[in-house]
Design a protein around this ligand. Sequence first.
Ligand code: NAD
Length: 379
Amino acid sequence: MRPIDRRTFNQMVAKGTAGAAILSAAPFACAMGSTQEKKKLGIALVGLGSYSTYQLAPALQDTQHCYLAGIVTGTPEKEKTWATKYDIPKGNIYNYDNFDNIADNDAIDVVYVVLPNSMHAEFAIRAAKAAKHVICEKPMGINVAECDAIIDACKKAGVKLGMGYRLHSEPYTQQVKQFVKDKTFGDIQYVGAEAAYRSTGNPDQWRLNKKLSGGGALMNMGVYAIQSAIYGTGENPISVSAQEFSTRPEYFKDTDETIMAQFEFPSGAVANMSTSHNFNANSMYVSGTSGWFLLQPANNYGPLSGRTSRGEEIKFPHESQQKLQMDDFAKHVLFGEPNKAPGEMGKRDMMIVEAIYASIAKGGQTMGLDFEPGFGFGG
Ligand code: NAD
C-alpha cells in the first residue's frame, strides 16, 4: 500500500475521507501521529500585534483541543520574547519571507492570520498552499474578490477554513440564535445593532489607512453590527441603504468615521445598524411580535450582559470567547463538528460591506442583495 504523507492525510481529514484511510492503513496512521489522533492541534499565529498578544495567545494556554505551537512575525525582537514566554521551539518560528517553509512542519496544523486586513488574503492563501487549516481574522479581506480567492485556495488544498468570529462560540450569541429559532419572542420584526468605539490614538495607525484596512469603522466594528442584524433575524438581508457621517475629517483622512445602514429581510423584518470610530456603542436590541430582548454589551470580549421583556436577565458564566472559538474550530477539524463561522460567512459579510459602500456612493440608494437562503450561516 502506498504510504500517505502527513500533508495528504490532513487534506483527507478535511475532506472527510481519512476514516477510510485509517481503516486501510491503520498501522501507518498510528505511527505518524495523524491529525485525528492528535489530542491537540498546533496553531501558529501570524502577526503578533495586540489581538494575538492580549487575547489569542493567553486563550491558547487554556484551550483543550489546540495549543500555541508556532509564531510568524515580521519583528525579530518578538521571536525571542514569545519563544521564552510560550516555550516555542526555534523550528516553529517563521518570518513573512520564510513562512512558506511551514509546509514541512508537522507540528503546525492550523495557521491563524491576525494581520492588518489587507494582508489576510495573501497569508491565508499561502497557509492553504502549505496544506495548513486556516483561521482568518475579520474582516476576511478588503473586498469580495479576496474572499473568493481565500475560499478557493482552501478548497483546492482540501483544508478547513474558519473566520475569527468569536461570538458564534460564546453563549449569549448562541442564546440569541436560539430565541430567534424557537420564536421565543414571536416573529422578529426589528433589530437595532450598534458596534462602535471612539478612536483617538495615532492617526497613522493601519486601521485609519485605507490601503491596509480596506475601510474604516465599517470594516472594523461594522462587521459585528452586520452580524447582529443577521443572527438577530435569522435571515440574510435582501436590501441595504446606508449613510455616512463625518465630523473629524482631520483625523479620519482616509477612512469612514460613522456609517448607519438599514436592512430589509425576506420575512419583512427590518434592521438599523450604526458603526463608528467616533463614538462608543455596543448593543443589539431585537423586537418580535410577542416581546424583545437586549444584549448590552453585545460584541466586546465580555462578560456580555442581557435582559428580556419578560423581566429575565440573560446571564452565563464568563469564559474567554477566543478560547471557545479556537476550540470550536479545532473540534471541526478533529472531529468533524460543525464549522461555526465558515469562510462563506466572511464572504457574505464582505458582500454586504461592499453594498453599503455602494449605497453611500449613490447617495443612500437602496441596493438589492441576493443571497441563497442560509448562505454563510455556520453550523
Ligand atoms: P495590531 O495593529 O495590534 O497588530 C497588527 C500586527 O500586524 C502587528 O504585529 C504588526 O507588526 C503586524 N504588521 C505586519 N505588517 C504590518 C503593516 N504593514 N502595518 C501594520 N502592522 C503590520 O492589530 P490587531 O488589533 O492585532 O488586529 C489584527 C487583525 O485582527 C485585524 O484584522 C483585526 O481586524 C483583527 N482583530 C479581530 C478582533 C476580534 O475580536 N475578532 C479583535 C482585534 C483585532
